[in-house]
Design a protein around this ligand. Sequence first.
Ligand code: ADP
Ligand code: MG
Length: 356
Amino acid sequence: MSTKNNVKVVVRVRPKLSEDKLWVDVVDDTTLQTVNPRDTTKTDQYEFARVFNSDCSQVDVYNNCAIDSLKHLMQGLNVSIFAYGPTGAGKTHTMLGTPTAPGIIPRSVNGLFQLIEESKEEGWKTEVSYSYLEIYNEKVHDLLVPKEQDLAIRCDLRGKIFVTDLAKEIITNKEEFNKSFGLAANNRTTASTLLNEHSSRSHSILILNVTRTQAVEPFARRHGKMYLTDLAGSENNRMTGNEGQRMRESGAIHFSLLALSNVVEALNKGQARIPYRDSKLTRLLQDALGGNSHSCLIINVAPEESHLYETQQTLLFARKSKRIINTVQKNETFVTPKMSAKKRRSEGGNNEAPIP
Ligand code: ADP
Ligand code: MG
């Protein structure tokens, strides 16, 4: 059985970082107003599932965007949360945060282990593992165990997307995760641009896998997957004054975010062919966009006048996205303890089929 779901689109306005005029206004919990960049005597209004003003806390965002996703993850569903917006708008703050204000990633891992603890009585055995990768210049890199090669994205016999040879680390508590993830985060490719010294030029995706096996009849086995994505800056590259290598990166970022935008548009128009294969990013996020997933898109915007054009571009993208309908289906099979090892392997989705 499957259910249809809208992608939940929320907007978060970061606190002001300069004395620049503020041209973004949170009208209420669901309405955002900006000055129109072409005619500053006019304003534009946008409606979203939720609009977080600059005073909102990391806990508010986690409670609204992630808690339900964790429950779905435990039930064997695919869930996805991703942060979209220009460099400096607060994507990494939202996803990763700081040691004193942790973001969605550390809070979700913590919340997941709490849920597992609470559901122990029910006779389920749970295994949690995670992978961490980045898409940089249209190449997929493992951030857990860095390797030279570009990893291939494939789909298994049931049509589920996976990355070949991607390292997976089993974690049994949040401390284990924090230790191993802290090292992996340092492997992320960052370089400076005129827009922001620490601008991220790659999309980073953390995948949390939860496999739950029932020890008693009917021996259900559920695989839930959570994608937590911090996208590269969505800014217009002409403004960054990039050359050479930086220009190539900008091209790749533009290309993949354009592909993302085309996927969103094709879904909204109900087109038969959705161009997921046009970029690595859309291929990987296929299940999360219009597919078998509960998804939340967090749009990060900066409130200052100097960011107004990018803010408008970001909000126009966001407005398109909120019309996507996802089909959500539980990834559940039933495995009796006597089932052969070979059958178990195939049930576990280890069979690979190259993308045709
Ligand atoms: P991005 O990842 O989109 O490029 P960052 O998350 O790095 O942006 O945010 C840019 C700067 O703004 C950082 O110094 C970050 O700490 C700060 N910042 C962003 N959002 C918030 C917030 N909600 N509260 C406090 N500081 C924030
Ligand atoms: Mg960032």
